[in-house]
Ligand binder design. Structure first.
Ligand code: ZN
Ligand code: MG
Ligand code: ZN
Length: 501
């Protein structure tokens, strides 16, 4: 790691000497501070959550459910702002580099967990919190070993090394781990046949695999793994009878356990599949995972209200997609009909594809869309879906920049005639992340400012540090140095299609 590059770049730009060379030159600096300490810290990450997702959920809640989102109330009354999401070497981040920015306070290359491109490990914030005696919890709807939670506790050059990350979790010893990912713990599924469940049990954890077990357990340390891979989408849990705990149920299991530790706690909660649903261009899966996050948010704010020494930081790591409600009809009068039409969507594409199997015919596709998405496809659209599934032929305009076949499924049912809204007028430009700034919000007692403004994603690290009185600096790498290293030894993402978080 060469610091002289950073210094050289700094000297060249005079008064902005502390900024790293490259993209940050000339950027305004904004460093809002909390002005007080807290005992407990909760970081709620909405993965892949854009303002367009917010707009759809806010409008759906108001129009179809006659209520106001908890998030809308917080945005109206508590400090909030925006974060720039870029990673060290790309304006478009993925979740591990975004997680590193939050957790380590420095920008990194996409693809590794709490690590620089040359292998220099970084100390994640929850590891520092553990050293001063905080209990630690991770709760997510993805595999519990996925990039966002993992980046808060361990270091690994490969975010996809989830079997190893499961072992690192055991070594790290957080008090609560809740999410999916049986394949990384189960001896029958792991490549090395190690029994991680047995190892966790031996280390004093209650190990639970179902909602019933979760409700019954009185273990103070908990490993809960509720699905083979990611936890089912909320839309499938709610309407298709998939038996998994909701994000709120997991949060309510984690909070009293963590609160029982004398020195306080740090907890990361992740609504991790908003991102996945956006990758798949799936409107109902996106909407319902945002609504499920809102229920979890209500539970978290209720805890903060009763425990005023707790700070809640809510943050999205980047936008994905981005799916938006588009104007339709004369004077856009029909735009809101798209929200009404969302009500007929009772399953995710993930569930639909599982039901259809690998070789469906056009009739089965039509029936699946009618029953699960409330949309009547014409023959050509149904055939396009069949071919996307069977032959992996993609949508007719040649767009392949997405996650297939789901993007084709989404394209098939999108509103095509802007004057005649008979389908949800919600569409995506791609199945990838974007460079958009995203939400940052604080909830807690005694916050002295009402506007966070626009900050870098790394500022989350400084807010967490100030909240708990934990200060340290991880090593900084310059963009130029990282690009030099990547030239000789590429790490992380190789193809856009690989980006899954
Ligand atoms: Zn993400
Ligand atoms: Mg994530
Ligand atoms: Zn993603």
């Amino acid at each position: 790691m060469q610091r002289r590059d950073i210094l050289k770049g700094g000297l060249a730009i005079g008064t902005l000497a502390l900024l790293p060379k490259g993209r940050a030159q000339g950027a305004p600096q904004n460093a809002p501070s909390l002005g007080r300490r807290y005992r407990n810290l909760i970081v709620f990450v909405y993965d892949g959550f854009s303002w367009e997702d917010y707009a759809i959920a806010q409008a759906y809640a108001r129009r179809r459910q006659g209520r106001v989102l908890a998030l809308e109330k917080l945005l109206a009354h508590y400090p909030n702002g925006l974060i720039n999401t870029s990673s060290l070497t790309s304006y478009v981040t993925e979740s591990s580099a975004a997680g590193n920015a939050f957790s380590c306070g420095v920008k990194t290359v996409n693809g590794g967990l709490a690590v620089h491109a040359d292998g220099t490990p970084l100390k994640p914030f929850f590891a520092a919190a553990k050293e001063v005696g905080k209990a630690v919890g991770l709760v997510t709807t993805t595999t519990v070993t996925h990039a966002t939670p993992a980046s808060f506790v361990i270091s690994n050059r490969d975010r996809n090394a989830e079997e190893r990350i499961a072992e690192q979790y055991l070594e790290f010893g957080a008090e609560v781990y809740l999410g999916g990912g049986d394949r990384f713990f189960n001896p029958e599924k792991r490549k090395d046949r190690k029994d991680l469940y047995g190892a966790f049990a031996q280390a004093g954890y209650g190990v639970v695999r179902t909602l019933e077990d979760l409700a019954r357990s009185n273990a103070s340390k908990l490993l809960g793994v509720f699905s083979d891979s990611h936890v089912a989408y909320e839309v499938d849990r709610r309407f298709q009878g998939v038996k998994v705990p909701s994000l709120k149920e997991m949060v309510l299991a984690a909070l009293p356990r963590l609160a029982s530790y004398r020195q306080g706690f740090v907890l990361q909660v992740e609504a991790g599949r908003i991102d996945h649903a956006n990758h798949l261009n799936d409107p109902a899966a996106t909407l319902w995972d945002v609504l499920a996050a809102d229920e979890a948010l209500e539970a978290l704010t209720a805890f903060v209200d009763k425990n005023p020494d707790t700070l809640l930081i809510l943050v999205s790591d980047h936008a994905t997609g981005t799916g938006a409600l588009y104007g339709t009809g004369q004077s856009y009068l029909e735009s809101s009909v798209g929200l009404d039409l969302l009500e007929g969507q009772k399953a995710s594409f993930e569930h639909m594809l599982r039901t259809l199997g690998n070789n469906p015919d056009a009739g089965q596709v039509k029936e699946a869309f009618r029953a699960m998405k409330g949309v009547v496809l014409d023959d050509a659209e149904a055939q396009m879906v069949v071919e996307a599934i069977v032959k992996r032929v993609y949508r007719p305009d040649g767009v392949r920049y997405g996650i297939q076949p789901s993007n084709t499924l989404s394209w098939a049912m999108v509103q095509k005639d802007p004057r005649k809204p008979d389908r949800p007028n919600i569409g995506w430009n791609s199945g990838q992340h974007t460079a958009s700034p995203v939400t940052l919000l604080l909830y807690g007692h005694g916050l002295r400012f009402l506007n966070l403004g626009l900050v870098e994603n790394t500022h989350v690290f400084r807010l967490m540090g100030e909240a708990l009185g934990i200060r340290y600096q991880n090593p900084v790498m310059s963009e130029e140095e990282a690009l030099e290293i990547l030239k000789s030894r590429p790490v992380g993402m190789q193809h856009p299609e690989d980006i899954w978080a």
